[in-house]
Design a protein around this ligand. Structure first.
Ligand code: NAP
Length: 287
């Protein structure tokens, strides 16, 4: 995806995997300035550790709020916090003359398919149901709270305490203690009340199997967004299509967060179609 974008932008470079064992992470980060990188992505389970590294570095800094707030008119609720800082996890690092600058593009990648063309959805007043309270769910919840006018957020998580903590965090950021609430029981999800249902758990990865939402509760016209991208057509997405829902699949967020990282590293915009095409080829399911 990134190499296709580099070629399309006429830039020399490569996007390479650096497998790093947990016990080697700090050593690897220490030698980063000597590797000649323009930047790098961070994936599970290191996003919070790299955030801590950036914050702990005397010369490291977090991305500025403007990096996010260039999203279309979606964010009249400008809050002085940097969403990058609020999420507390870094997935993109830009090396700026040897100094690391940390960003989180997961929230932006999540929002783009919703609020940018062609969908250009106005989320004002929407009630969103979020399944999960892990790293991706955190980015989703915080971006919805800080970057949109969504009216209400209900969070369910397998371990309910985590959903409770995330709801509290989000309410503090939104400065509204009734914006987000958690529900404990998976059989009492307010699916029908919500305009948007988001799966931010790995349930649905590796084919059928578990399910969290009773498909009979899904209703026509409702939006269903599954962050899982492998497979692209998860059980939830298939059920949602069958029920007449409108769907967004995880590969769109994958491309969205990738485009945002690419822009931060290179300054080159507009690579979404190129990256999406690379993903389509990967999944061998042309759109
Ligand atoms: P994470 O930090 O490890 O969090 C995992 C979350 O899923 C937790 O809330 C966990 O609940 C829940 N969970 C795990 N197994 C479950 C199960 N069997 N039943 C119910 N809940 C379960 O992982 P993450 O980074 O948030 O990633 C979550 C998913 O999002 C993954 O599938 C990942 O591939 C996807 N993702 C997609 C993109 C994209 O670009 N499309 C970006 C980031 C992540 P507990 O707290 O109870 O353990």
């Amino acid at each position: 995806m990134h190499e296709r974008a580099l070629a399309a932008a006429g830039l020399k470079g490569e996007y390479r995997e650096y497998p790093v064992k947990p016990e080697d992470l700090w050593g690897w980060l220490e030698q980063v300035p000597t590797l000649g990188l323009s930047g790098f992505n961070v994936t599970m389970p290191y996003k919070k550790s790299v955030f801590a590294w950036i914050v702990g570095q005397g010369n490291g800094k977090l991305g500025r709020p403007e990096a996010w707030l260039r999203l279309p008119e979606a964010a009249p609720l400008v809050i002085s916090e940097s969403p990058d800082a609020a999420i507390g996890a870094v997935n993109t690092v830009v090396m700026d003359r040897g100094k690391p600058v940390g960003y989180n593009t997961d929230g932006e990648g999540f929002l783009r398919p919703l609020i940018e063309p062609p969908r250009s959805l106005d989320l004002t007043g929407w009630h969103v149901l979020l399944l999960g309270a892990g790293g991706a769910a955190e980015a989703v919840a915080i971006s919805l709270a800080l970057q949109t006018k969504v009216g209400r957020l209900t969070i369910w998580n397998r371990h309910p305490d985590r959903a409770k903590v995330l709801a509290e965090t989000v309410n503090q950021l939104r400065r509204n203690d009734r914006f987000a609430q958690s529900v404990d029981r998976v059989d009492s999800l307010p699916v029908q009340e919500c305009q948007l249902v988001v799966n931010a758990t790995p349930v649905g990865m590796n084919g059928p199997g578990e399910k969290l939402v009773d498909s009979k509760q899904l209703k026509e016209g409702q939006w269903v967004y599954d962050l899982v991208y492998e497979p692209r057509e998860t059980r939830l997405i298939r059920a949602a299509r069958e029920r007449g829902c409108r769907v967004i699949t995880g590969d769109e967020m994958l491309a969205g967060q990738g485009v945002a990282s690419f822009e931060l590293w290179t300054g080159v915009k507009g690579m979404l179609p190129v990256m999406q095409e690379a993903l389509d080829e990967h999944f061998r399911r042309p759109r």
